[in-house]
Design a binder for this molecule. Structure first.
Ligand code: NAP
Length: 262
C-alpha cells in the first residue's frame, strides 16, 4: 500500500508494534505511535524521525484497555487533522495459567485490549476511510486463533475473535476500497512471553524475529491478502492441524502446558 497520510500503530513501544513503526517509517509513512510507555515512545519517535527525515511522528500515551480510551485517541487524531489511512491494531497480551486461578481482572483487561479496543478503533477509523475511499486496517491476531489453547484459554479466544472479525470485515470494507488484513504470527522474539508468565525456554520449534513478522505482514498487505500466517514452519503446522479434531489438539496443548508448569 502506498504511503498517504498517517499510519496509527497500537502497542508501538515494544516488539512487533515497534517493528511496524520502523518498517512503515522506512516506506515513508508518517506515524501515530500508541502505548503506555511514554519514554519508549518518545525515544522511538526521535530515532524514526532522525532516520527518516521526511516522516512526522506523533505519540499518544494511552492505556487502551481503559473504557473510552479508543474514542479519546480517535478524537485526538481528528482534532489534530491527522488522516489515518492505515490502522495497525497490534497491542495485546496473553496470561498463561489455569483460567479459574488467573485473576479475573487481568483476563477482563485482556479482552478489553485484544478485542474491545481493536473493535472500537476499527469502527471509529473505518468511517473516515470510507468517506475518503481509501485505507487499510491490519489486525494482529495469532496462530493461537486457529486452535483451542488450554492454560491460555482467554488469549486464544481473543485471537480467534480477531481472526474471524477480520475475515468478515475484509468483505464488508472491500467495496469501499479499504483493505483488511489479519496477521497471524507464531512464536516471535518479543517481551510477550515474559508478560504472559510463560516459560518457553524448553520449547523447540521455529521462532521468528519481529522484523520477519512485519516484513511478511507488509508484503501480504501489498498483495491485498485477507490473512497471512507468518513463517513457513507455522504455515505447515496449521495445515497439519486442519486435519486433526479440535478436541485432540486441545488435549495435546493441555498436556504440554501442564508439563511446562512443573
Ligand atoms: N510474540 C509472539 O510470540 C506473538 C505471537 C502471536 C501474536 N502476537 C501478538 O502480537 C501483538 C504484539 O505483541 P508482541 O509480541 O510485540 O508483545 P510485546 O513486546 O509485549 O508488545 C506488546 C505491546 O502492546 C502494548 N500494550 C500492552 N498493553 C497495552 C495497553 N493496555 N494499552 C496500550 N498498549 C498496550 C505494549 O506497550 P506498553 O507496555 O508500553 O503499553 C507493547 O508495545 C499482540 O497482539 C500479540 O498477541 C505475539
Amino acid at each position: 500500500m502506498e504511503p498517504r497520510g498517517y499510519a496509527l500503530v497500537t502497542g508501538a513501544s515494544y516488539g512487533i508494534g515497534e517493528e511496524f513503526a520502523w518498517q512503515l517509517g522506512e516506506r515513508g509513512w508518517s506515524l501515530v505511535l500508541v502505548a503506555r510507555s511514554q519514554e519508549r515512545l518518545a525515544k522511538l519517535r526521535e530515532e524514526v524521525m532522525n532516520r527518516h527525515g521526511q516522516v512526522d511522528v506523533v505519540c499518544a500515551v494511552l492505556d487502551l484497555s481503559r473504557p473510552g480510551a479508543a474514542l479519546e485517541l480517535f478524537q485526538k487524531t481528528q482534532q489534530a487533522n491527522l488522516e489515518i489511512n492505515l490502522l495497525v491494531n497490534n497491542a495485546g497480551f496473553g496470561a498463561f495459567g489455569e483460567f479459574s486461578a488467573n485473576p479475573l481482572e487481568r483476563q477482563r483487561q485482556m479482552i478489553d485490549l485484544n478485542v474491545g479496543a481493536l473493535v472500537e478503533l476499527s469502527h471509529l477509523y473505518l468511517q473516515p476511510m470510507k468517506e475518503r475511499g481509501t485505507g487499510a486496517i491490519v489486525n494482529v491476531a495469532s496462530i493461537a486463533g486457529y486452535v483451542p489453547l488450554p492454560y491460555n484459554a482467554v488469549y486464544g479466544a481473543t485471537k480467534a475473535f480477531v481472526l474471524s472479525f477480520s475475515h468478515a470485515l475484509y468483505q464488508e470494507a472491500r467495496p469501499y476500497g479499504i483493505q483488511v488484513l489479519a496477521v497471524n504470527p507464531g512464536k516471535t522474539e518479543t517481551r510477550f512471553f515474559e508478560t504472559a508468565n510463560m516459560d518457553i525456554s524448553k520449547d523447540g520449534g521455529q521462532r521468528q524475529t519481529a522484523a520477519q513478522v512485519v516484513k511478511e505482514a507488509l508484503s501480504a498487505l501489498d498483495r491485498g491478502k485477507t490473512s497471512v500466517i507468518t513463517g513457513l514452519g507455522n504455515r505447515m503446522l496449521l495445515r497439519l492441524a486442519h486435519f486433526i479434531p479440535r478436541a485432540w489438539i486441545a488435549a495435546v496443548v493441555a498436556k504440554r502446558a501442564r508439563q511446562s508448569r512443573r
